[in-house]
Design a binder for this molecule. Sequence first.
Ligand code: 9MR
Length: 349
Amino acid sequence: MHAVAPGPAGEGSPVAAVAPAAAAAAMPEPALRELAARHGLAFGTAVDMAALASDPVYREWVASQFDSVTAENAMKWDVLEPTRGRYEWGPADELVAFAKANRQAVRGHTLVWHNQNPAWLADVPVAELGAVLKAHVQTTVRRFKGDVGQWDVVNEAVEADGTLRDTAWLRALGPGYIADAFRWAHEADPDALLFYNDYDVEDVNAKSDGVHDLVRRLVREGVPIHGVGVQGHCSVDQAPRTLRENLGRFDALGLRTAVTEVDVRMAVPPDPVKLEAQADVYRTVLRACLLTPGCRSFTVWGYTDRYSWVPGWFEGEGAADILDEHFVAKPALRALRDGLSFGGTSRRD
Ligand code: 9MR
Protein backbone atom coordinates (compact mmCIF):
# COMPACT_ATOMS: atom_id res chain seq x y z
CA MET A 1 0.00 0.00 0.00
CA HIS A 2 1.11 3.59 0.39
CA ALA A 3 4.08 4.86 2.29
CA VAL A 4 2.42 6.74 5.10
CA ALA A 5 4.22 7.60 8.27
CA PRO A 6 2.40 5.80 11.08
CA GLY A 7 0.48 8.50 12.89
CA PRO A 8 0.66 8.89 16.64
CA ALA A 9 -2.35 7.25 18.20
CA GLY A 10 -5.20 9.15 19.73
CA GLU A 11 -7.84 11.68 18.95
CA GLY A 12 -6.84 14.65 16.91
CA SER A 13 -3.53 13.28 15.70
CA PRO A 14 -2.54 14.94 12.45
CA VAL A 15 -2.28 12.11 9.96
CA ALA A 16 -2.29 12.08 6.20
CA ALA A 17 -5.05 10.05 4.60
CA VAL A 18 -4.12 7.19 2.31
CA ALA A 19 -5.72 7.11 -1.10
CA PRO A 20 -9.36 5.93 -0.90
CA ALA A 21 -9.13 3.88 -4.08
CA ALA A 22 -6.42 1.63 -2.68
CA ALA A 23 -8.39 0.92 0.45
CA ALA A 24 -11.60 0.36 -1.48
CA ALA A 25 -9.88 -2.37 -3.43
CA ALA A 26 -8.89 -4.04 -0.16
CA MET A 27 -12.36 -3.77 1.37
CA PRO A 28 -13.45 -7.31 2.22
CA GLU A 29 -16.71 -8.72 0.92
CA PRO A 30 -19.12 -9.73 2.13
CA ALA A 31 -18.70 -7.09 4.80
CA LEU A 32 -18.14 -8.10 8.41
CA ARG A 33 -21.56 -6.68 9.25
CA GLU A 34 -23.22 -8.99 6.72
CA LEU A 35 -21.39 -12.04 8.03
CA ALA A 36 -22.30 -11.14 11.61
CA ALA A 37 -25.95 -10.51 10.73
CA ARG A 38 -26.31 -14.19 9.79
CA HIS A 39 -25.78 -14.91 13.46
CA GLY A 40 -28.08 -12.22 14.78
CA LEU A 41 -25.00 -10.29 15.85
CA ALA A 42 -24.27 -6.57 15.47
CA PHE A 43 -20.62 -5.95 14.62
CA GLY A 44 -19.34 -2.66 15.99
CA THR A 45 -16.33 -0.43 16.34
CA ALA A 46 -15.40 2.47 18.55
CA VAL A 47 -15.10 5.62 16.45
CA ASP A 48 -12.47 8.32 16.75
CA MET A 49 -14.27 11.48 15.60
CA ALA A 50 -11.09 13.30 14.51
CA ALA A 51 -10.14 10.38 12.27
CA LEU A 52 -13.67 10.15 10.92
CA ALA A 53 -13.50 13.80 9.87
CA SER A 54 -10.00 13.79 8.42
CA ASP A 55 -9.36 10.34 6.98
CA PRO A 56 -11.57 9.10 4.13
CA VAL A 57 -10.17 5.57 4.28
CA TYR A 58 -10.95 5.34 7.99
CA ARG A 59 -14.46 6.57 7.26
CA GLU A 60 -15.02 4.14 4.44
CA TRP A 61 -14.11 1.14 6.56
CA VAL A 62 -16.39 2.28 9.39
CA ALA A 63 -19.26 2.90 6.98
CA SER A 64 -19.04 -0.37 5.10
CA GLN A 65 -17.82 -3.02 7.54
CA PHE A 66 -19.69 -2.22 10.77
CA ASP A 67 -23.34 -1.93 11.69
CA SER A 68 -22.85 -0.58 15.19
CA VAL A 69 -20.73 2.35 16.35
CA THR A 70 -19.63 3.55 19.78
CA ALA A 71 -18.17 7.00 20.36
CA GLU A 72 -14.64 6.38 21.62
CA ASN A 73 -14.79 9.68 23.51
CA ALA A 74 -17.48 11.93 22.02
CA MET A 75 -20.30 10.96 24.40
CA LYS A 76 -18.25 11.19 27.59
CA TRP A 77 -19.24 13.86 30.06
CA ASP A 78 -16.08 16.00 29.70
CA VAL A 79 -16.71 16.29 25.96
CA LEU A 80 -20.47 16.85 26.26
CA GLU A 81 -20.46 19.46 29.03
CA PRO A 82 -17.01 21.07 29.33
CA THR A 83 -18.58 24.15 30.91
CA ARG A 84 -21.29 23.66 33.49
CA GLY A 85 -24.73 24.07 31.98
CA ARG A 86 -23.49 24.38 28.40
CA TYR A 87 -23.76 21.16 26.47
CA GLU A 88 -21.79 20.80 23.27
CA TRP A 89 -23.46 18.12 21.23
CA GLY A 90 -21.53 18.63 17.98
CA PRO A 91 -19.24 15.55 17.80
CA ALA A 92 -21.88 13.23 19.27
CA ASP A 93 -24.46 14.52 16.79
CA GLU A 94 -22.01 13.92 13.95
CA LEU A 95 -21.65 10.31 14.95
CA VAL A 96 -25.40 9.85 15.18
CA ALA A 97 -25.85 11.38 11.71
CA PHE A 98 -23.10 9.17 10.29
CA ALA A 99 -24.73 6.11 11.83
CA LYS A 100 -28.12 6.99 10.37
CA ALA A 101 -26.62 7.51 6.92
CA ASN A 102 -24.98 4.09 7.12
CA ARG A 103 -27.82 2.20 8.81
CA GLN A 104 -25.85 1.60 11.98
CA ALA A 105 -26.89 1.23 15.59
CA VAL A 106 -25.27 3.52 18.16
CA ARG A 107 -24.07 2.23 21.53
CA GLY A 108 -23.96 5.15 23.95
CA HIS A 109 -20.79 5.29 26.03
CA THR A 110 -20.88 6.26 28.87
CA LEU A 111 -23.07 8.03 31.43
CA VAL A 112 -21.60 7.37 34.89
CA TRP A 113 -17.85 6.88 35.23
CA HIS A 114 -14.96 7.99 37.42
CA ASN A 115 -12.91 9.13 34.38
CA GLN A 116 -13.30 11.80 31.74
CA ASN A 117 -15.61 13.88 33.87
CA PRO A 118 -15.58 17.67 33.41
CA ALA A 119 -13.13 19.59 35.63
CA TRP A 120 -15.91 21.78 37.05
CA LEU A 121 -17.43 18.74 38.75
CA ALA A 122 -14.68 18.92 41.39
CA ASP A 123 -16.17 22.23 42.60
CA VAL A 124 -19.72 20.98 42.97
CA PRO A 125 -20.70 20.67 46.65
CA VAL A 126 -21.19 17.05 47.70
CA ALA A 127 -24.81 17.74 48.61
CA GLU A 128 -25.54 18.69 45.00
CA LEU A 129 -23.74 15.80 43.30
CA GLY A 130 -26.78 13.51 43.13
CA ALA A 131 -28.90 16.14 41.40
CA VAL A 132 -26.06 17.03 39.03
CA LEU A 133 -25.50 13.40 38.06
CA LYS A 134 -29.22 12.82 37.54
CA ALA A 135 -29.44 15.89 35.31
CA HIS A 136 -26.47 14.71 33.27
CA VAL A 137 -27.85 11.21 32.78
CA GLN A 138 -31.31 12.41 31.84
CA THR A 139 -30.24 15.32 29.64
CA THR A 140 -27.95 13.04 27.66
CA VAL A 141 -30.31 10.09 27.32
CA ARG A 142 -33.21 12.34 26.34
CA ARG A 143 -31.07 14.14 23.77
CA PHE A 144 -30.43 10.87 21.93
CA LYS A 145 -33.77 9.17 22.54
CA GLY A 146 -34.60 7.10 19.50
CA ASP A 147 -31.07 7.45 18.12
CA VAL A 148 -29.03 5.64 20.75
CA GLY A 149 -30.58 2.24 21.31
CA GLN A 150 -28.34 1.12 24.14
CA TRP A 151 -26.27 2.84 26.80
CA ASP A 152 -23.35 1.88 28.98
CA VAL A 153 -25.06 3.49 31.95
CA VAL A 154 -22.46 2.69 34.58
CA ASN A 155 -18.87 2.02 33.57
CA GLU A 156 -16.11 0.35 35.60
CA ALA A 157 -17.67 0.70 39.06
CA VAL A 158 -16.12 -2.49 40.49
CA GLU A 159 -12.59 -3.09 41.80
CA ALA A 160 -10.40 -6.08 40.97
CA ASP A 161 -11.43 -7.74 44.26
CA GLY A 162 -15.12 -7.46 43.41
CA THR A 163 -15.99 -4.65 45.82
CA LEU A 164 -17.40 -1.34 44.63
CA ARG A 165 -14.75 1.04 43.34
CA ASP A 166 -13.95 3.96 45.61
CA THR A 167 -15.15 6.83 43.42
CA ALA A 168 -16.51 10.31 44.04
CA TRP A 169 -19.95 8.88 43.27
CA LEU A 170 -19.71 6.12 45.84
CA ARG A 171 -18.39 8.50 48.49
CA ALA A 172 -21.01 11.16 47.87
CA LEU A 173 -24.06 9.07 47.06
CA GLY A 174 -23.45 5.63 48.58
CA PRO A 175 -23.84 2.32 46.72
CA GLY A 176 -27.39 3.21 45.63
CA TYR A 177 -26.02 5.54 42.93
CA ILE A 178 -25.77 2.58 40.56
CA ALA A 179 -29.43 1.58 40.79
CA ASP A 180 -30.42 5.26 40.66
CA ALA A 181 -28.45 5.81 37.45
CA PHE A 182 -30.30 2.96 35.74
CA ARG A 183 -33.66 4.28 36.97
CA TRP A 184 -32.88 7.81 35.76
CA ALA A 185 -31.78 6.57 32.36
CA HIS A 186 -34.86 4.38 32.02
CA GLU A 187 -37.14 7.28 32.91
CA ALA A 188 -35.46 9.38 30.20
CA ASP A 189 -35.82 6.69 27.50
CA PRO A 190 -37.88 3.64 28.44
CA ASP A 191 -36.99 1.99 25.11
CA ALA A 192 -33.20 2.09 25.49
CA LEU A 193 -31.32 -1.03 26.57
CA LEU A 194 -29.25 -0.25 29.64
CA PHE A 195 -25.90 -1.93 30.34
CA TYR A 196 -23.35 -2.21 33.10
CA ASN A 197 -19.89 -2.25 31.43
CA ASP A 198 -16.45 -3.19 32.78
CA TYR A 199 -12.92 -4.45 31.96
CA ASP A 200 -11.06 -7.50 33.28
CA VAL A 201 -14.36 -9.30 33.64
CA GLU A 202 -13.90 -11.65 30.70
CA ASP A 203 -13.05 -14.61 32.90
CA VAL A 204 -14.76 -15.96 35.95
CA ASN A 205 -12.71 -14.17 38.59
CA ALA A 206 -13.11 -12.08 41.75
CA LYS A 207 -14.04 -8.98 39.75
CA SER A 208 -16.61 -10.66 37.53
CA ASP A 209 -18.00 -12.38 40.66
CA GLY A 210 -18.48 -8.90 42.11
CA VAL A 211 -20.19 -7.66 38.95
CA HIS A 212 -22.37 -10.76 38.92
CA ASP A 213 -23.45 -10.17 42.54
CA LEU A 214 -24.12 -6.52 41.78
CA VAL A 215 -26.29 -7.07 38.71
CA ARG A 216 -28.09 -10.06 40.25
CA ARG A 217 -29.14 -7.80 43.10
CA LEU A 218 -30.24 -5.09 40.68
CA VAL A 219 -32.33 -7.58 38.71
CA ARG A 220 -33.87 -8.95 41.91
CA GLU A 221 -34.79 -5.41 43.02
CA GLY A 222 -36.47 -4.69 39.71
CA VAL A 223 -33.93 -2.07 38.63
CA PRO A 224 -34.15 -1.47 34.85
CA ILE A 225 -30.86 -3.07 33.80
CA HIS A 226 -30.88 -5.07 30.59
CA GLY A 227 -27.35 -6.19 29.99
CA VAL A 228 -23.72 -6.53 30.94
CA GLY A 229 -20.88 -5.40 28.71
CA VAL A 230 -17.60 -7.23 28.89
CA GLN A 231 -15.01 -4.87 27.41
CA GLY A 232 -12.51 -7.43 26.14
CA HIS A 233 -9.22 -5.51 26.35
CA CYS A 234 -6.92 -8.51 26.04
CA SER A 235 -3.30 -9.28 25.40
CA VAL A 236 -1.70 -12.13 23.46
CA ASP A 237 -0.18 -13.18 26.79
CA GLN A 238 -3.54 -13.28 28.58
CA ALA A 239 -6.19 -14.96 26.49
CA PRO A 240 -9.51 -15.30 28.31
CA ARG A 241 -10.08 -18.93 29.30
CA THR A 242 -13.55 -18.90 30.81
CA LEU A 243 -15.37 -16.20 28.86
CA ARG A 244 -18.06 -18.56 27.62
CA GLU A 245 -18.79 -19.76 31.14
CA ASN A 246 -18.78 -16.19 32.41
CA LEU A 247 -21.13 -14.84 29.72
CA GLY A 248 -23.33 -17.86 30.41
CA ARG A 249 -23.88 -16.95 34.03
CA PHE A 250 -24.99 -13.42 33.10
CA ASP A 251 -27.21 -14.88 30.39
CA ALA A 252 -28.75 -17.11 33.03
CA LEU A 253 -29.85 -14.02 34.96
CA GLY A 254 -31.99 -13.11 31.96
CA LEU A 255 -29.64 -10.31 30.95
CA ARG A 256 -28.22 -9.57 27.56
CA THR A 257 -24.49 -9.63 27.19
CA ALA A 258 -22.26 -7.69 24.82
CA VAL A 259 -18.58 -7.65 24.04
CA THR A 260 -18.02 -3.92 23.95
CA GLU A 261 -14.35 -2.93 23.50
CA VAL A 262 -12.23 -5.75 22.12
CA ASP A 263 -8.58 -5.32 21.30
CA VAL A 264 -5.64 -7.66 21.76
CA ARG A 265 -2.35 -5.96 22.43
CA MET A 266 1.14 -7.40 22.16
CA ALA A 267 4.73 -6.35 22.77
CA VAL A 268 5.83 -4.44 19.67
CA PRO A 269 7.05 -5.04 17.08
CA PRO A 270 4.52 -7.61 15.93
CA ASP A 271 5.74 -10.81 14.31
CA PRO A 272 3.91 -13.71 12.65
CA VAL A 273 3.75 -15.76 15.84
CA LYS A 274 2.25 -12.92 17.86
CA LEU A 275 -0.16 -12.03 15.06
CA GLU A 276 -1.44 -15.62 14.93
CA ALA A 277 -1.76 -15.67 18.71
CA GLN A 278 -3.71 -12.42 18.46
CA ALA A 279 -6.00 -13.91 15.83
CA ASP A 280 -6.71 -16.83 18.18
CA VAL A 281 -7.71 -14.47 20.99
CA TYR A 282 -10.07 -12.47 18.77
CA ARG A 283 -11.61 -15.68 17.56
CA THR A 284 -11.97 -17.10 21.06
CA VAL A 285 -13.77 -13.98 22.24
CA LEU A 286 -16.07 -13.99 19.22
CA ARG A 287 -16.87 -17.68 19.66
CA ALA A 288 -17.79 -17.21 23.31
CA CYS A 289 -20.21 -14.48 22.27
CA LEU A 290 -21.71 -16.59 19.47
CA LEU A 291 -22.23 -19.47 21.89
CA THR A 292 -24.16 -17.20 24.27
CA PRO A 293 -27.76 -16.70 23.12
CA GLY A 294 -28.09 -13.21 24.57
CA CYS A 295 -24.75 -11.92 23.24
CA ARG A 296 -25.95 -9.88 20.26
CA SER A 297 -23.29 -7.26 19.89
CA PHE A 298 -19.53 -7.52 19.39
CA THR A 299 -17.55 -4.28 19.23
CA VAL A 300 -13.85 -3.73 18.64
CA TRP A 301 -12.26 -0.70 20.34
CA GLY A 302 -11.06 0.70 17.05
CA TYR A 303 -10.22 -1.44 14.08
CA THR A 304 -6.90 0.02 12.89
CA ASP A 305 -3.60 0.38 14.73
CA ARG A 306 -3.36 3.82 13.13
CA TYR A 307 -5.65 5.32 15.77
CA SER A 308 -5.40 2.90 18.66
CA TRP A 309 -5.35 4.12 22.27
CA VAL A 310 -3.06 1.23 23.29
CA PRO A 311 0.48 2.54 22.59
CA GLY A 312 -0.27 5.70 24.56
CA TRP A 313 -1.27 3.67 27.63
CA PHE A 314 0.89 0.54 27.64
CA GLU A 315 4.62 1.10 27.35
CA GLY A 316 6.11 -1.09 24.64
CA GLU A 317 2.78 -2.55 23.56
CA GLY A 318 0.51 -1.96 20.60
CA ALA A 319 -0.60 -3.55 17.31
CA ALA A 320 -3.85 -4.44 19.09
CA ASP A 321 -6.35 -4.00 16.27
CA ILE A 322 -7.50 -6.12 13.34
CA LEU A 323 -5.91 -3.88 10.68
CA ASP A 324 -2.43 -2.43 10.89
CA GLU A 325 -1.65 1.30 10.74
CA HIS A 326 -1.79 1.22 6.93
CA PHE A 327 -5.24 -0.40 6.89
CA VAL A 328 -3.77 -3.76 5.90
CA ALA A 329 -5.75 -6.69 7.27
CA LYS A 330 -4.03 -8.79 9.93
CA PRO A 331 -4.65 -12.48 10.65
CA ALA A 332 -7.12 -11.32 13.30
CA LEU A 333 -9.50 -9.96 10.66
CA ARG A 334 -9.32 -13.23 8.78
CA ALA A 335 -10.01 -15.12 12.02
CA LEU A 336 -13.11 -13.05 12.77
CA ARG A 337 -14.38 -13.46 9.22
CA ASP A 338 -13.76 -17.21 9.38
CA GLY A 339 -15.47 -17.33 12.74
CA LEU A 340 -18.60 -15.84 11.16
CA SER A 341 -18.47 -17.52 7.77
CA PHE A 342 -19.92 -20.95 8.46
CA GLY A 343 -23.64 -21.49 7.74
CA GLY A 344 -26.56 -19.93 9.53
CA THR A 345 -27.43 -19.82 13.17
CA SER A 346 -29.94 -21.24 15.56
CA ARG A 347 -29.91 -17.95 17.47
CA ARG A 348 -33.34 -16.47 16.98
CA ASP A 349 -35.21 -13.85 18.96
O1 9MR B 1 -9.97 4.89 23.98
C1 9MR B 1 -10.23 5.91 24.92
C2 9MR B 1 -9.06 6.89 24.95
O2 9MR B 1 -9.01 7.63 23.73
C3 9MR B 1 -9.21 7.83 26.13
O3 9MR B 1 -8.05 8.66 26.22
C4 9MR B 1 -9.37 7.01 27.40
C5 9MR B 1 -9.50 7.93 28.61
O4 9MR B 1 -9.93 7.28 29.74
O5 9MR B 1 -10.52 6.19 27.29
C6 9MR B 1 -10.39 5.23 26.29
O6 9MR B 1 -11.51 4.40 26.24
C7 9MR B 1 -11.77 3.61 27.41
C8 9MR B 1 -13.26 3.40 27.51
O7 9MR B 1 -13.94 4.62 27.48
C9 9MR B 1 -13.61 2.60 28.74
N1 9MR B 1 -12.89 1.36 28.82
C10 9MR B 1 -11.44 1.45 28.63
C11 9MR B 1 -11.15 2.21 27.33
C12 9MR B 1 -9.65 2.22 27.06
O8 9MR B 1 -8.98 2.92 28.07
